[in-house]
Design a protein around this ligand. Structure first.
Ligand SMILES: C[S@@+](CC[C@H](N)C(=O)[O-])C[C@H]1O[C@@H](n2cnc3c(N)ncnc32)[C@H](O)[C@@H]1O
Length: 276
């Protein structure tokens, strides 16, 4: 891949997905895209870019997104943050929902990868259904740009490594044994989760998802530059109900764009609450 090819493809990926590859990531992009070149029998990266911009571009774009995304995730990822969600955020949000006379809590797992995050939120909800959530229903909208991980999320069958943070009690409560050494998520959790394709740079489409009481957007802002981060956070702010929460990854700060949120410190974790 020449530097010129890298720049052209990098800019294309950035425009379509917000994912920004610095010069130091040229090797990563080349490595990921060489697979597509091989499969398509193309002789150069410029020919690949032409294909992306041509009549077959829409279909190829889906495969490009699969190649350029990093989908690492696991159940109960960042346990202190999930515990804060369980002990502080969920009770607070349940109270807000009741106070406005509603009976449904809506959450968004924005960039849900293969489903571990939304199913973790569903586990938390199931575990407090008879206490904090009594009389309330929970709807979790889970979205990602990669069709491949969404397909895995729909299947909802997982190996033991991604389940490593769950206790034996949680394994028994929320999963059933599947083929081989795998485990399948139980139907009551799957029923809470709606999986949808959604690209976070399609800012004008956020409002189609409706209003949320909690948004989890963890470990994806790191792939965006400040211009994209600012617009994504503005979009989240607009879709959150008053005094509701945005939870980002532990290495991600939205401080620079944080006009409408207050930073909330939990025990060993943080979150952002919409100010008004
Ligand atoms: C590292 S995973 C994080 C998964 C999960 N939120 C977690 O923290 O475990 C990042 C995910 O962001 C998704 N992603 C990247 N760019 C996106 C975009 N523009 N719109 C929606 N999802 C995107 C990727 O496909 C990937 O599944």
């Amino acid at each position: 891949m020449t530097r010129q090819e890298f720049t052209a493809l990098r800019d294309f990926v950035y425009t379509k997905s917000g994912i920004f590859f610095a010069e130091s990531k040229q090797y990563f992009l080349e490595n990921r895209l060489s697979r597509r070149l091989g499969d398509l029998n193309l002789s150069s990266y410029m020919a690949y870019l032409d294909l992306l911009q041509g009549p077959r571009g829409r279909e190829e774009l889906k495969l490009l997104f699969i190649e350029v995304t990093t989908n690492e995730t696991s159940f109960w990822r960042n346990p202190p943050q999930i515990e804060a969600f369980q002990k502080v955020v969920m009770p607070e949000v349940a109270q807000l929902v009741r106070a406005r006379g509603a009976s449904r809590i809506r959450m968004w797992s924005a960039a849900c990868s293969s489903g571990e995050e939304p199913y973790t939120l569903a586990m938390v909800a199931a575990e407090c259904q008879d206490s904090v959530l009594r009389g309330l229903t929970v709807e979790i909208v889970a979205t990602d740009i990669s069709e491949r991980v969404l397909e895995q999320a729909r299947t909802a069958v997982y190996g033991s490594y991604t389940l490593r943070n769950l206790s034996p009690q949680q394994m028994a409560q929320h999963l059933v044994r599947a083929e081989g050494d795998n485990f399948a998520v139980k139907a009551n959790l799957k029923a809470m989760v709606q999986l949808r394709h959604f690209n976070l740079v399609d800012y004008q489409d956020y409002r189609n998802l409706g209003t949320f009481d909690v948004i989890f957007c963890r470990n994806v802002l790191i792939y965006f530059d400040d211009a994209v981060k600012g617009k994504v956070i503005k979009g989240f702010h607009e879709q959150l109900a008053s005094r509701s929460y945005l939870m980002v990854g532990h290495s991600e700060s939205i401080h620079a764009f944080n006009t409408g949120f207050e930073l909330i410190h939990f025990s060993k974790a943080m979150g952002y609450r919409k100010r008004t």
